[in-house]
Design a protein around this ligand. Structure first.
Ligand code: HEM
Ligand code: HEM
Length: 264
């Protein structure tokens, strides 16, 4: 808080030279100093009360599902409807648009059920939500699998995206098992930690790398010859890279010593 207030003082004194100084002054005070104070002192007082404990697991589950299944998952599944066939340089499956329209309410509704279940402390309801999400995922992924069968992924970008979608697929039953199998929310939040690596690195990071490997050369442009060159460079060592990333992630999930995990 002292640091934000000091920054506020500096900006106030130099405001005529600083672009966006009105926004900065408002937010160094309200977002920087005041909001930080709210976080720090809320946590301090909540810690003093302590029976706020079972909420940790509930909030953690709700947070992970809101962000990874909702924010990232829905975006990815929606974007791949057109991006995936584009990346494979093939035509979109005939039924893709209809399937996507059907899958969206299932996926979005399932996130709401899963997150509500977690917030209300009902692990079975949360698990039903994730199972529903898995059903929506399996429905949505059919047209994507269809085009991949017609034109197999062969570049780093498409392998990375495909691997990411497989990690999401593998993580969802894991999430159901954690929610159903944990006797308490404390246990659930412990076991949820096991799914963070597959979901964050396996799914989210690989989607990002795959999509960017495809999109960045297009955005950089420079004409067809330069574009082909950029794409070729983005694709160099493709099989090795995709294998190292995914084998590394699999090893990370095995009960290996911490040093091995850090290395892979
Ligand atoms: C990551 C968090 C935040 C972001 C990204 C953000 C962003 C913005 C933006 C883009 C504007 C409009 C600026 C303009 O067009 O002039 C604005 C205005 C404002 N924000 Fe935020 N804000 C955040 C958090 C907060 C918080 C926590 C508070 C208060 C506790 C706050 C209070 C205000 C006020 C009072 C204004 C109006 C300022 C004016 O009229 O000059 N903001 N904010
Ligand atoms: C302003 C936004 C965010 C805030 C303030 C925030 C805050 C937090 C906090 C405090 C934790 C730690 C919980 C604990 O261990 O007790 C956490 C964990 C986590 N958050 Fe966020 N988060 C934000 C956005 C996101 C987003 C956008 C994602 C995913 C797309 C995300 C994914 C996760 C995951 C997967 C964990 C679990 C990490 C682990 O088990 O070590 N968060 N977050």
């Amino acid at each position: 808080m002292v640091a934000w207030l000091a920054a506020l003082l500096v900006i106030t004194l130099t405001r005529s030279q600083v672009a966006e100084s009105p926004w900065l002054m408002v937010h160094l005070l309200l977002l920087g100093a005041v909001t930080n104070a709210i976080f720090v002192w809320s946590s301090h007082f909540a810690g003093a009360l302590d029976p706020s404990k079972p909420w940790h697991g509930r909030l953690m589950a709700a947070h992970i599902m809101t962000n990874l299944l909702g924010w990232v998952g829905l975006t990815v599944m929606g974007t791949l409807v057109t991006l995936w066939p584009t990346m494979l340089r093939t035509r979109i499956a005939e039924n893709a648009e209809r399937v996507a329209r059907q899958a969206l309410p299932v996926l979005a509704g399932s996130v709401i059920v899963a997150v509500s279940g977690a917030l209300f402390g009902l692990r079975a309801v949360a698990a039903i939500g994730v199972a529903g999400y898995l059903a929506g995922f399996l429905w949505a992924v059919r047209p994507l699998a269809q085009v991949a069968r017609a034109k197999a992924p062969a570049a780093y970008a498409t392998w990375s995206v495909m691997a990411a979608v497989i990690w999401l697929f593998g993580s969802l039953p894991g999430l159901v098992v954690v929610l159903v199998g944990s006797p308490t929310w404390l246990q659930a939040s412990d076991w949820l930690g096991l799914l963070v690596m597959p979901l964050a690195a396996g799914f989210a990071a690989q989607i990002l790398l795959g999509a960017m490997s495809f999109l960045v050369p297009l955005v950089l442009g420079g004409g067809p010859t330069i574009l082909r060159g950029t794409q070729a460079r983005m694709d160099s060592g493709n099989a090795l890279r995709a294998t190292v990333v995914n084998a590394g992630l699999v090893i990370c999930l095995l009960p290996v010593p911490a040093k091995v995990r850090a290395l892979v």
